[in-house]
Design a protein around this ligand. Structure first.
Ligand code: PEP
Length: 251
């Protein structure tokens, strides 16, 4: 059975001390984590060393990177390699988050290389995809999602396993805006992602988890995770406080 993946993206927030305190509080609030859910926290690199061991104390809780560079090592100033992260206890990573695409200029091809390299290195990968408001208004949602899925998974078609790969559908206009996609919008996008995954990866496509992200809060999480083809959530703002993220995890 697929477990729900309830993921937190702390972005560029928190000092090491704050991250440690939040992780400790979260682990204690999740004392009775239901068997059907996994929890992932993606802190900033600076606190990975301190936060990983805290999360590791709780079965079903994992630490993930918000980003990495797809090389084993080398002259890549300012970048971090999967091996370095895994050495700290990090097990997962995001690729293609909307802020990396739209603020930092990452292109489909690099994102695809990250997904393939991360999987080969042993990370569980979450490929983030989603349309901008302009693309939505122009009726290009499916075109954008198909392109981001095809390029994001281009290097992994033969080696992907459903357990090591997840896709997060995050409409850009819903991230950090308080404007959550409605149930019909989520259902339609997730059904399209599922169909595309099944056509790209006939064996694994049905089992790959599809997360929703975009202004998920304690008061809308329960509705969202019960929608068809929603296998978890990726949460930014509401994951920064242990209390609100734990309410989402337990929704
Ligand atoms: C995100 O950062 O992936 C995100 C969904 O942010 P928020 O929950 O704040 O919209």
């Amino acid at each position: 059975m697929k477990k729900l993946l309830m993921a937190a993206n702390w972005k560029m927030y928190k000092s090491v001390e704050e991250g440690v305190a939040t992780a400790r509080e979260l682990v204690s609030l999740l004392d009775k984590l239901p068997e059907d859910r996994e929890v992932l926290v993606c802190p900033s690199f600076i606190m990975m060393h301190s936060v990983c061991p805290i999360l590791a104390q709780k079965a079903g809780c994992y630490a993930g990177a918000q980003n990495f560079y797809p090389a084993a090592q080398g002259a890549f100033t300012g970048e971090v390699a999967p091996e370095q992260l895994m050495g700290l206890g990090c097990t997962h990573a995001l690729a293609g988050h909307s802020e990396r695409r739209h603020v930092l200029g990452e292109m489909d091809e690099l994102i695809g290389r990250k997904v393939a390299f991360g999987l080969d290195a042993g990370l569980k990968m979450i490929l983030c995809i989603g349309e901008t408001i302009v693309e939505r208004r122009l009726g290009q949602i499916e075109e954008v999602l198909a392109r981001q899925l095809e390029s994001g998974l281009a290097g992994v078609l033969s080696t992907a396993t459903a357990q090591n790969l997840a896709v997060a559908y995050e409409p850009v206009w819903a991230i950090g805006t308080g404007e959550v996609a409605g149930p019909d919008e989520i259902l339609a996008a997730h059904a399209f992602v599922r169909a595309t995954l099944t056509s790209l990866l006939p064996k694994e496509g049905a089992q790959i988890r599809i997360l929703y992200g975009g202004s998920v809060k304690p008061d809308n999480a329960a509705t969202i995770i019960r929608l068809d083809n929603v296998d978890g959530v990726l949460v930014g703002g509401a994951s920064l406080k242990a209390d609100s993220f734990s309410q989402i995890v337990l929704a």
